[in-house]
Ligand binder design. Structure first.
Ligand SMILES: Cc1cc2nc3c(=O)[nH]c(=O)nc-3n(C[C@H](O)[C@H](O)[C@H](O)COP(=O)(O)OP(=O)(O)OC[C@H]3O[C@@H](n4cnc5c(N)ncnc54)[C@H](O)[C@@H]3O)c2cc1C
Length: 631
């Protein structure tokens, strides 16, 4: 018996990392929004690692935050450890990574959805998508409810025809013991949407009290308090550590002796998994020369003894999992609380999507998240906010909101998804972006908040905070450019103490001083002149903009050059295994495909702009050698 259960502007199927962002974006832009999930207790569930961020993923979180999204704020609320990674490297690859309390993350995100004006959150299993005159118009649920809307965003994640595999056991299911979503996948296929199949996996969870941490090395959080959101209130919090241990030769032996029972090697699992999160059995086979692999033991939260065994994702039989875990230093007597497993699921070939994430064949139907072939909470949240924004704009007959590759990692990701044939779960990497130095995690607000405000997602209050920051950055930059350091005994003495920095006779501006690698922004404040008391993030921004000004300008011209070289021909007899600096993925794929031009090479999924630069240098060297041999 079907019944009409309500009319909305936008319906979002799924309350995972994509669904939460999509629903909040549409509701905050004034749309009557419904978010449905097949289980109210899995809102913002983190079925895999308890971490948010890291290189490129942290950039996505900052970009979603700058646009008015929630993942950054929610991670700050639920984080139990925060680290800034790659501090020894340049600002383009520096990225925040948070360990979160998974339960707290869910509760806090659910509360935001429940508190959001214009948004209804309901438990329901979507079975069919409804079409009228070729356009999307509603959803039919398993209980016969029909919800109507002009735009629908499907963010069904890893649930579509989910199949759980542990050794030779397999059964239909979603993550963490949830049930799968079958009807929705069939409904998409019947509408003409081409579906593929991917897999991902997760490691066992073990009992904290059964671990001997004295045999591991502690991985504490950073003392300096970092936050993902540009507007999170600062909260002092005690950080929980992670721990580092390693697999051993004995681990490798147990795995090798049981490969005949591994679904990945018996063929029971056929679909492709994420290259950058390989299972431990794949690592042992693929990197057979490596005696040991790093394993991080991460707390799943403050109020649980469950520890996540990062680096040991597996679908080996349970008895093998326990045996291999007990070969790791510190885990000799470990108790497993949950076995690792693999999950296979249907996804939509993203080549069928527009850059707005609307499907090309059904107006008003949008898809976002893992369903589009990506892997990761951050990638899902980034697509979710874009799909939510565009669903809202669709209902208002406004132009879609598209981010370019030069504006955001979100733009890079979506452009890759819809233009490159992806053949494995897509994970964001800094090397996928041409303009890395322009797309830093520290300037996401300066790149995107204005746009978020214009489309009606960023609140007025938040916009004013951003304008104030931007003004402070500009004022301080011009102050540094115009302020000449007085040549005096005092300044010479102070500078002398700063790594022996000298003071040129003709004087130097503060900006000129700051451009010196040995001088930090903090050093400038030692000089005897009045300095404005600026917030840490403004100082950081000014420092980066002044110190990297030259590189940023160079990056822009490099990007121009790469684009120009799109048509540069490639000899087909190159042995790519001999081209040093290429990523393993690029080497393998180019060796298979033998591209005829740089342009073609650039379109191969997995070949990044960084790989293209390596190739161009290799070609140039070849050319010079040839000339030298002929001369
Ligand atoms: C076992 C496992 C291991 C993973 N390992 C990794 C990893 O190593 N690295 C990594 O980066 N990522 C990993 N992930 C992926 C990560 O969890 C996802 O990328 C992320 O959760 C995707 O978010 P999403 O919003 O697209 O989908 P999900 O978080 O899966 O949420 C989907 C939502 O859709 C709802 N839903 C589905 N079907 C229906 C329906 N018919 N009706 C109503 N609601 C429905 C569900 O209730 C859920 O709320 C793993 C995921 C799993 C399951």
């Amino acid at each position: 018996m079907v019944y009409s259960a309500g009319n909305y502007d936008v319906i979002v199927v799924g309350a995972g990392h994509a669904g939460c962002e999509a629903g909040l974006a549409a509701a905050r832009m004034g749309c009557r929004t419904l978010v449905i999930t097949l289980n109210m207790d899995n809102v913002a569930l983190m079925p895999c690692n308890p971490a948010v961020g890291g290189p490129a993923k942290g950039h996505l979180v900052r970009e979603v935050d700058a646009l008015g999204g929630e993942i950054g704020l929610n991670t700050d609320r639920a984080s139990i450890q925060m680290r800034l990674l790659n501090i020894g490297k340049g600002p383009a690859v520096q990225a925040l990574r948070a360990q979160t309390d998974k339960k707290h993350y869910q509760i806090s995100m659910k509360r935001v959805l429940e508190g959001q004006e214009n948004l209804d959150l309901k438990q329901a299993l979507a079975e069919r998508l409804l079409i009228e005159k070729g356009k999307i118009c509603g959803v039919l649920t398993s209980t016969g409810a029909i919800f109507k809307a002009e735009a629908i965003v499907v963010t069904a994640g890893t649930y579509l025809k989910g199949r759980i595999v542990i050794g030779d056991l397999s059964f239909p299911g979603g993550p963490n013991g949830q049930f799968p979503s079958v009807g929705l996948s069939d409904s998409l296929s019947e509408l003409g949407v081409r579906m593929g199949r991917f897999k991902t996996g997760t490691p066992p969870r073990v009992d904290q009290k059964s671990i001997d941490f004295s045999k591991m090395s502690i991985q504490p959080g950073d003392e300096k308090p970092y936050q993902f959101s540009f507007v999170s209130p600062f909260v002092e919090r005690e950080q929980m550590p992670c721990w580092l241990t390693y697999t051993t030769e004995e681990t490798n032996r147990i795995i090798r002796e049981n490969l005949h029972r591994s679904p990945l090697f018996t063929g029971s699992i056929q679909s492709q998994g994420p290259r950058y999160c390989p299972s431990i059995e794949t690592k042992v086979v693929r990197f057979s020369d490596k005696p040991a692999h790093q394993v991080f033991i991460e707390p799943e939260g403050k109020d649980t003894a469950e520890m996540y065994v990062q680096g040991m994702s597996t679908s080996l039989p349970e008895d093998v999992q326990l045996a291999m875990l007990r070969t790791l230093p510190g885990m000799e007597k470990v108790e497993m609380m949950r076995a690792g497993y693999a999950i296979e699921y249907d996804y939509v070939f993203p080549g069928q999507l527009k850059l707005s994430l609307e499907t090309k064949i059904i107006p008003g139907l949008f898809t976002a998240g893992q369903i589009n072939g990506t892997s990761g909470y951050e990638e899902a949240a980034a697509q979710g906010i874009i799909a939510g924004i565009n669903a809202a704009l669709f209902t208002k007959n406004r132009e879609p909101f598209i981010l370019k590759r030069s504006q955001a990692y979100i733009g890079v990701m979506i452009d890759d998804l819809v233009t490159k044939e992806i053949d494995e779960p897509y994970r964001m990497l800094t090397s996928r972006a041409e303009y890395r130095l322009l797309l830093r995690q520290d300037n996401a607000d300066l790149r995107l908040t204005e746009m978020g405000y214009e489309i009606g997602l960023v609140s007025k209050e938040r916009y004013e905070t951003y304008i104030r920051k931007q003004k402070l950055v500009e004022e301080e930059r011009s102050r540094l450019e115009r302020t000449v350091v007085p040549v005096s005994a005092d300044t010479k003495k102070i500078l002398g103490e700063i790594n022996g920095a000298g003071l040129p006779q003709q004087g130097i501006t503060l900006a000129g001083l700051l451009r010196r690698p040995e001088v930090s922004y903090g050093d400038l404040l030692l000089l005897p002149m009045s300095h404005p008391d600026l917030p840490e993030e403004v100082r950081e921004q000014v420092k980066i903009q002044v110190k990297y000004e030259g590189y940023i300008k160079k990056q822009q011209s490099q990007a121009e050059r790469i684009k120009r070289l799109e048509e540069k021909k490639l000899p087909t007899d190159i042995d790519y295994r001999k081209v040093k600096g290429l990523s393993m993925e690029a080497m393998e794929k180019m060796e298979n495909i033998k591209p005829v031009s740089i342009g073609q090479a650039g379109r191969i999924a997995g070949v990044t702009p960084a790989d293209l630069s390596v190739l161009l240098i290799f070609l140039e060297q070849n050319r010079r050698n040839k000339n030298r041999n002929h001369s």
